[in-house]
Design a protein around this ligand. Structure first.
Ligand SMILES: Nc1ncnc2c1ncn2[C@@H]1O[C@H](COP(=O)(O)OP(=O)(O)O)[C@@H](O)[C@H]1O
Ligand SMILES: [Mg+2]
Length: 314
């Protein structure tokens, strides 16, 4: 007799998932797993297939091929069960504008069979969490976009879902709403909720996610932790420099160890595998020209560098 270690349990299992719209292969045979307790990000540009994927996973549209299961419940064959453990913040807002914030929440709780006392208590708590409690009795039609989105998040959470799906939850929102939404996602995740979110925002994926899948044209280009995604792509170290006078990229290309030069605003970014040699080269270059260096920084690859490399092949 021995002890067996518990295998990591999946919250979400996806294989071969596919969706076509006419000639467009919106989602192209994708497969991945999300572990219980993870915040998993789907990062991709517009049109990558993020919304189509979320819609298949949450039972809004049917896949053409492949399968997916949520906590062991097949989303097609056992759709009711899988939806019962799921909360969704969809791409398009869907709160009732002629109901109050509180009314929307308690209605949602009722639909999920949350007992009256409990749903009222949860509604108050959730509204406090996203700073809407003072406005609980206002009709949603009076709400700003950021307020509506915060309410939608509360509506997704009132049933205490085991897995939460969010489709670009902070896109286009004011900074304060973004912060409140991210904090709420983190809080529920700390208490055990698994999170699947889509975003086109690298920084957001980096801040929130335990692992990220980079999706492009319906396919997954890479899956890993933000840190490993950055480390994987060698040759993306760079030295960022600005001189007091403009310098042409071609001239900087002549510095030893420089592979590529890109201009970003008033700064020049010199890509290299040997940052220290390039630093010396810059000092030398400036001295010979009688130029002053205003700022200089060595940078590791950013998630954005990795993303662009994978998505655009540049
Ligand atoms: N209902 C639809 N009818 C036709 N084409 C669609 C439909 N929904 C999405 N598409 C197409 O599928 C691709 C993926 O779209 P979508 O999943 O919305 O991407 P994302 O959410 O990543 O921006 C795009 O080319 C889009 O134009
Ligand atoms: Mg979308």
């Amino acid at each position: 007799m021995g002890f067996r270690t518990m295998p990591l349990e999946s919250a979400l299992e996806v294989s071969n998932l596919t969706k076509r719209y006419g000639d467009i292969l919106a989602v192209d045979h994708i497969g991945f797993e999300v572990e219980k307790g993870e915040i998993f990000g789907f990062l991709g540009p517009n049109g990558a297939g993020k919304t189509t994927t979320i819609r298949m996973l949450t039972g809004v549209i049917k896949p053409d091929d492949g399968r997916a299961s949520i906590l062991g419940h097949d989303v097609l064959k056992d759709g009711l069960r899988s939806r019962q453990v799921t909360g969704v913040v969809p791409e398009m807002a869907n709160a009732y504008i002629d109901l109050s914030a509180f009314g929307n929440l308690t209605l949602m709780g009722e639909l999920y069979g949350v007992p009256k006392k409990q749903r009222e208590k949860s509604a108050s708590k959730l509204l406090k969490g996203v700073r809407l409690y003072d406005r609980r009795n206002s009709l949603v039609r009076e709400f700003s976009r950021g307020m509506k989105q915060r309410l939608l998040l509360c509506m997704a959470l009132i049933s205490e879902p085991q897995i939460l799906f969010l489709d670009e939850p902070t896109a286009g929102l004011d900074v304060e709403s973004q912060r409140l939404i991210k904090d709420m996602i983190r809080e529920f995740n700390r208490n055990g909720t698994t999170v699947f979110l889509t975003t086109h925002n690298m920084e957001e994926a980096n801040q929130l996610c335990d692992r990220i899948a980079i999706i492009n044209r319906g396919r997954i280009a890479a899956i890993d932790t933000p840190e490993k995604l950055r480390m994987q792509s060698s040759g993306l170290n760079s030295v960022e420099v600005s001189f007091e006078k403009a310098v042409r990229a071609e001239e900087l290309m002549k510095i030893e160890g420089v592979r590529e030069v890109k201009r970003t605003g008033d700064k020049m970014r010199l890509y290299t595998d040997q940052p220290s040699i390039v630093l010396e080269g810059i000092v030398d270059f400036a001295r010979r020209r009688g130029l002053k260096v205003v700022t200089v920084n060595t940078l590791g690859p950013t998630l954005e560098d990795v993303f662009l490399k994978l998505v655009r092949g540049s």
